[in-house]
Design a protein around this ligand. Structure first.
Ligand code: ADP
Length: 207
């Protein structure tokens, strides 16, 4: 892993045209779907902290065992764990052209940690894409997803808790980013392919 990180870090000193996109939005707003679609269009990986944690859970790694309780209850995993995982992941060679982050940063401390990591790459965040979806739609989507995927944290009480935490901790970060970073706000209730086309055209346009 260290080798991979070294490769990525040394190439960034020569060229910092990496695309670094942050997807923001409530649970159920479609970050996962847009991450997948944009990843194909832009040719950079989507890094989902939720997916990374769930992968650790499935493989029963030490990290997976440590974070299980947080995921089950919908609470945030401590920053020290999440930050280190993200730093390692964005340093891998497949992220040499950039990355799309889904589910990170979620706290002000994580915003600052991320700024530090991209600073190490001598770069900055290209844009924050904020997906806006009303609460009724979010609840309905997560109800449907709970039936299809049986994610433990799609249990109704945990869903409400995740929405509350999002509103209190993460939504304010969108305003915070506006002072330093381009924020593209889109209607997350649009049909996924149409929304992804809209996001990529707005990313290309100089606003
Ligand atoms: P959603 O966006 O639908 O709530 P995710 O799949 O992004 O779900 O995250 C699932 C869980 O993983 C969260 O409820 C939390 O426990 C943990 N998690 C994911 N990203 C972070 C993060 N950036 N900081 C702390 N915990 C996180």
């Amino acid at each position: 892993m260290t080798t991979d990180r070294t490769v990525a870090a040394s190439s960034s000193t020569r060229d910092d045209r990496r695309l670094r996109i942050v997807l923001m939005g409530a649970p159920g707003s479609g970050k996962g779907t847009q991450g997948r679609l944009l990843s194909r269009k832009l040719g950079v990986p989507t890094i989902s902290t939720g997916d990374l944690f769930r992968d650790h859970l499935r493989r029963r790694t030490e990290l997976g065992v440590t974070v299980a309780g947080y995921l089950d209850s919908g609470e945030f995993v401590p920053d020290v764990i999440t930050d280190a995982m993200v730093r390692d992941r964005i340093g891998l060679t497949d992220a040499v052209g950039g990355f799309i982050l889904d589910g990170y940063p979620r706290t002000l401390a994580q915003v600052e940690a991320l700024n530090g990591f991209v600073g190490e790459q001598r770069g900055s965040i290209t844009a924050v894409v904020a997906l806006e979806v009303d609460r009724a739609t979010l609840l309905e989507r997560m109800r449907t997803r709970a039936q299809a995927e049986a994610r433990a944290d799609d249990d109704p009480e945990v869903v409400i808790r995740r929405l509350e935490i999002y509103e209190a901790e993460t939504a304010p970060l969108i305003e915070h980013y506006r002072s330093s970073t381009r924020v593209i706000t889109v209607d997350g209730s649009l049909e996924p392919a149409r929304l992804s086309a809209m996001i990529s055209s707005r990313l290309r346009a100089r606003e």
